[in-house]
Design a protein around this ligand. Structure first.
Ligand code: AMP
Ligand code: MG
Length: 347
């Protein structure tokens, strides 16, 4: 049997022996991009050179990733923070960043602000994406200052010329950017005629078509036992995105401080350990995994059913004793052929 392949932070993709000979028909490539390991598999089609197309795809993802990068000191969002307005420099910014902002703002409203694209002052204060992450929580005063400069209602307007915000507002699209880029990559692949493939953007996985005569199998990672999985989803033409408190965090006085912030408090959200969302678009699944993590199942499940009926979610929760259990949206099992793992025990 071929060894388990670990391709994502939030999820594991693997193949079993029966599928491995078919697996070899996929062209595989990867890169370190968007602060994560990116893995791509494409089933070649006649009339195209898959190596060339994959290289073009990676180049496009790198370029678009740089435009959406919230942390870059010279990027669009750093300049917007400094000047409170930003005019698109060219068509590629207008075609990418404008719709990204539009979608993000709509999702902020539809998730009651649980997904908030203007939390940049807070995310920078916590510094989980920084090269030198902090190991201590910020002070109450620091938090208060960053909260005053955060929140999507500080985005004043955007259109085909540019975007305006209240002074010192930092936009952070970190919770949706990888999903947006995955959707765009899939559209590009389809426009070239490819119909089967896998895009793994480190926890944001988008599947094109099926594997070979069978759905893709994606394992949801066990949130407290690295290398183990919690269960397996079986999907075709769907995105599988996980947000978890184990991705970027530090422990201070026995408490875990992680990168998923509750916009209401500016503190790491405490409702969940991980949330996996499955649905048609990686961008929406990405924003929703973050939002549902903040909301928890009690508030998140009714919102999902009401606002996003094409999306299903798996919540992994922890009780006061540190024991894990799961809650699923009503359609999760039928959409994914959910197969819980015998490795769920242990915490
Ligand atoms: P993800 O791993 O997709 O859930 O995205 C997490 C990243 O999104 C963090 O590293 C922050 O940059 C940003 N973020 C954290 N909390 C939120 C939130 N409540 N809404 C929007 N973005 C967030
Ligand atoms: Mg997300």
């Amino acid at each position: 049997m071929k060894a388990l392949q670990i391709l994502g932070i939030g999820s594991l993709f693997f193949c079993l022996s029966t599928a491995c000979s078919q697996q070899e028909r996929f062209y595989e490539t990867g890169a370190y991009l968007l602060g994560t390991r990116l893995a791509i598999k494409i089933l070649p089609v006649s009339g195209r050179t898959v190596e060339k197309d994959a290289a073009h795809l990676l180049k496009t993802i790198r370029k678009e990733g740089a435009l959406l990068d919230s942390n870059s000191a010279e990027g669009i969002f750093a300049r917007l923070e400094k000047n409170a307005s930003y005019l698109w420099a060219d068509e590629s910014e207008r075609q990418l960043v404008l719709p990204a902002l539009k979608t993000s703002l709509a999702l902020a409203r539809r998730t009651a602000g649980a997904f908030d694209p203007a939390l940049g002052s807070l995310t920078q204060l916590w510094g989980f994406s920084s090269l030198t992450p902090r190991q201590l929580p910020p002070t109450a005063e620091e938090l208060q200052q960053a909260r005053e400069r955060s929140g999507y209602t500080r985005i004043l307007s955007f259109d085909t010329s540019g975007v305006r915000v209240l002074p010192r507002t930092r936009i952070d699209l970190g919770a949706i950017a990888k999903g947006i880029l995955a959707d765009r990559a899939a559209t590009l692949l389809r426009s070239w005629g490819y119909r089967q493939g896998l895009l793994d953007f480190g926890g944001d996985i988008l599947l094109l078509g099926e594997k070979i005569n069978a759905p893709w199998r994606v394992a949801v990672r066990h949130p407290r036992q690295g290398g183990r999985w919690w269960g397996i989803v079986h999907v075709r033409d769907l995105a599988v995105v996980t947000s978890g408190d184990y991705e970027r965090y530090f422990v201070f006085e026995k408490r875990r401080y992680h990168h998923l912030l509750d916009p209401k408090t500016g503190l790491p959200a405490r409702a969940c350990v991980s949330v996996t969302v499955v649905g048609p678009l990686a961008s929406l699944a990405d924003a929703l995994s973050t939002a549902l993590f903040v909301l928890g199942p009690e508030r998140g499940l009714p919102l999902l059913a009401r606002e996003f009926p094409d999306y299903q979610a798996l919540f992994i929760l922890e009780n006061a004793e540190g024991e894990l259990h799961e809650e699923r949206s009503p359609g999760f099992s039928s959409l994914t052929g959910w197969q819980p793992s015998s490795q769920q025990d242990g915490h």
